[in-house]
Design a protein around this ligand. Sequence first.
Ligand code: 6PG
Length: 508
Amino acid sequence: MAKTTDDGHHIGLVGLAVMGQNLVLNMADHGFNVAVYNRTTSKMDDFIAYCKANEPSADRVHGYADVKDFVKSLARPRKIIFLVKAGAGTDAAMNSVVPYLDKGDILIDGGNANWNDTIRREKEFKAKGIEFIGSGVSGGETGARFGPSLMPGGSKEAWKSLRPIWTKIAAKVDKKTGLELTGAEPGKPIKGGEPCTAHIGPDGAGHYVKMVHNGIEYIDMQLICEAYSIMKNLLGMKPDAMSKVFAEWNKGELFSFLIEITADILQQKDPENPRKFFVDAVLDTAGQKGTGKWTSISSLDLGIPANAMAEAVFARCLSALKEERVAASTSLKGPKAKKYAGSKKAAIEMIRDALYCSKICAYAQGFQLMAEAQHEYNWKLDFGTIAKIWRGGCIIRARFLQKITDAYNNDKKLQNLMLDPYFKKAIHKGQANWRKVVALTAEHGISAPAFSSALAYYDGYRSAVLPQNLLQAQRDFFGAHTYERVDKKRGQFFHIDWPEPGRPQLKV
Ligand code: 6PG
C-alpha cells in the first residue's frame, strides 16, 4: 500500500459530483491520501461528513475550502484530477488552480472531453511547464467506485507519475479468463489481476479512444434494443420472457455488462405499478450527451465508413421525435401485420446470430476509425492493448474483447477485425440467420437500422466491385470531376467531354 508522502497528499481531485466522489473513495481505499476541492464548498463539507459516517477509508480524504490551500497540500509533482462538466467548465476549473502550480505539476482531465480540446489544453499547459493528461474514465458510478477502465493520454513522463495510482484503482481482469474480477466492497478493493489501464498515446489520444468506446457503447445498446424490438414485435414476447433470453445469451459469446443489465432491466417491475414491467413504463425517447455524435462526425471527417455507429446516433434522434412519430403512425402505412409463423426458438437463435454478427461489424468500424485517427493525429495506438483495457471496468466490457485482444496480438497489422480468422468464422457461421432477420424486419415493417446497416457494411466491404463506377461517371458528367479506369494504374485521372445534356422538356 502507498505511504503518505512527507510533503503532502498523493493526489487532489476537483469536482465532487458522484463520479468524482466515487473516484476519491476508490483512491482512498487503495491507500492514497486524497485532497478534495469543490467550487461549492457545502458540497465538499457534505461529502467529508458522509465519508466520516460511512466510509472505512474516510481518514484518507481531506477537504479544502480554499483552492490555494488545496493545491499547496499536494506532494510534488502535484497531481490534480478534474471531474467537471466538459467544455468551458473544465477550462475554468483548471485555470483556478494554475496560479498555485509549479513547473512539472500534472493536471488530469477525467471527464468526457472532446479530444480536440485535450490537444489544445495539452499544448497550452506545456507552454507553461505544466503536464496535462486527458484520461478517459469509463464504468459509470460503480466503475469509478470499484474499478473503472482508464484511458490516459499525455506525455510518457506525466504517465510515469500517475501510473502507480491509475493501475491501483483501475478494474482488474483475471489473467487466465480475461474476465473482470468482481466483489470489491468499500475498504476492500480487488487484489491482483491485470489492471484495465495503459498509456494510450500523447495529448488527445486517451480522450479519442474513450470517445470511440462511447461510440461503440451507442451501437452495442442499439443492437440490443433491436433484438428486443424484434422479439417484442415479431414474436410477441413479454419482457420477462425476453429477460430469460438475454440471460441465456449472456452465458455464451455475447457475455457482457450490457447484455447482463438488459436481462435485469427486462424483469424489473414498475415501482409505480408492480403488476406491470418497468420497461413498458419508460417513454421511448433516448437522450445523448454527444460522444456518439462526435465519433460519427470524426468518422465522416476521416472518411471511415462507421455507418452502424452513425445509425445508432440517428436512432436516438429518431426516437426523440416522439410526437411526430405518433402522428405518422396513424397516416403512414407499413406492411399488414402478419403473425410470425415459424418456430420461436429458431427465430431467437436467428436474432442472436444477427446481434453477434452486427456487433463484430460495429467493433470493426470502431477499430478502423482509431486506425485512421492515429495517422491524422500522429499517434501510435496499440489496438490489442486498447481491447485489453476494455475487458473490465467500462460499459462495453465483454468476453468478446479478449477475442479482439487476441486478434490484434496475432496480427498487429490486422486491417479489419472481420478479417481475423475467429471473427471471419463467426460471421460465416451466423450470416445466413443475420440475413433472414434483416429480411424479416423489412417484411414486417420493424425498424432495425443497426442490424441492416451493419449487414450493408459487411456486404459492401466484401464487394470487389461496387456501383460507384456509375457514380463517378455521373460526377464526371456534370462536374468534370474526372475518373480512374479499371484498365489503367491507380492515380491516373481521365475525363470525357460529355455532350451538353438537354434540359428535360416537360410536356404540358
Ligand atoms: C462510460 C459512459 C459514460 C456515460 C456516457 C453516456 O463509459 O462510463 O460512456 O461516459 O454514461 O457519457 O453517454 P450518453 O449520455 O451520450 O448516452
